[in-house]
Design a binder for this molecule. Sequence first.
Ligand code: GLP
Length: 256
Amino acid sequence: MTPAPETIVLDRREQAESDLAGEIAALVRERGRIVLGLATGDTPTGLYRELARLRREKLLDCSRVVAFGLDEYLGLEPDDPRTFAGWIREKVLELLGIPEGSRHVPATDVPGDLTDVERCAAYERSIRDAGGIDLQILGIGRNGHIAFNEPPSTGDSRTRVVQLHPWTREDAAPVFGGLANVPTRAITMGIATILDAKRIRVLAFGSRKAAIVARALGGPIGPEVPASFLRGHADLRIWLDREAARELHSGRPVRP
Ligand code: GLP
């Protein structure tokens, strides 16, 4: 199995978080305004803390950063703290000082009585109107999902409503106080929406991700492992810790 050449394997996840935070801060310093794609989940939380630290130390100014969330549960009240909109607001947008008018999350993003299909189309339009995503932060689900593109998801998929996979609902059960309370549907950017981002930066940590990381980077590219489509992107970088990388078999692409 040959991992993507941009794969970086590190001893500690903090090194990955600091590398990626440094790249984002440099991009913001260079351009002022960038469009950032945000992931939820445990994986990027250290990265967001590191970005918040850079901001506190006046090394990062997000006043012109525009943010787009990847996905959202359907069926929760808008003020439910378990929405991704609430999670992103608390853990990212507030801490980084991204202005109110520059925050976007699917489903809640557009006012009025739109159908799901209209909401999805509106989200695609807002991303395009913002000039496209400059840098997309991504994690990988245990079943190979990116955002909520559950297997099988096609490479040409766009923002849409999806049914959540049993593993995804199982993983979310602790947060919802039991499987029965986990939403069954979500809205998600599609694979093609994600692949439109100019840079894609993926983080995967821990032994729970080892099997899927090996399939995503070394197995066939196709709908059964949605993350495998990332390998077709021209500017992709993936950071793994040793546990997540342990099923990659070829010569290890450890950072020099
Ligand atoms: C979630 C999100 C994904 C995330 C993934 C992994 O449900 N929709 O965007 O990457 O699952 O989550 P974690 O980082 O907690 O393992």
